[in-house]
Design a protein. Sequence first.
Length: 188
Amino acid sequence: MKTNDRNKQVEYYLTLRYPITLQELALEDGGGYAAMIPQLGKDTFVAIGETPQEALLALDELREHLITRLVNKGVPLPEPNEDVEDYDQYSGVVYSRVPRMLHARLSREAEHSRCSINKLVTQFIAEGLQRKSITTQVEAMIGNVVADEVAKALATLCATPTMSDAEFIAESDEADCAEGKQPYALAA
C-alpha cells in the first residue's frame, strides 16, 4: 500500500469513535484510573493515569500511536462496535507468586519509575499482551503469505514435466557410461 493511502487509512481510523471503558484502580493496586478500548485489544489499548482525565489523555495518545503502527504494518482494524465484553464479571484482582529475585527486580524498577509494583506489573502485562496480539496477527499474515507461496510453488512443480523412471535411469546410464561406470539395468 502506498504511503498516501496508508496516511488516509490512519486518518480514517483515528476519526472513528470506539467505546472506551474507564475503571478506577484500587488503592492496593496503586490507585489511579485505567482507560481502555476493549474492541481494539482489551490488553493492548490500555492507559493508566492518576485521574480519569489523565488516563483518557494517555489512552488517546496510545490510540494514535498504535493505530498508526498497526495500519502501517497492514494489520486489519475493525469498525467500532457497541457490543463489547461486559467487564463487570471481573474483579480486576489477580494474585501471582513470583520468585524472590523477580520480586526484588520489580520493586527496584517500580521505585526507579516512581510507581507502585502493581502499576508496573499491570503495564508490563499490558505491553506483553500487546506484543503477543501483534505477533499473532503478524504470524497469521506471514502464514497466509507462506501458504500462498507454497501453493504457487506446488502449482509450478505440478505444471513442470517430470521424468519417468526409465528416462531417469537412461539419463543416469549415459552419465555413468561417460565416466566409465557400468550402466543400470531395468527389471522387466
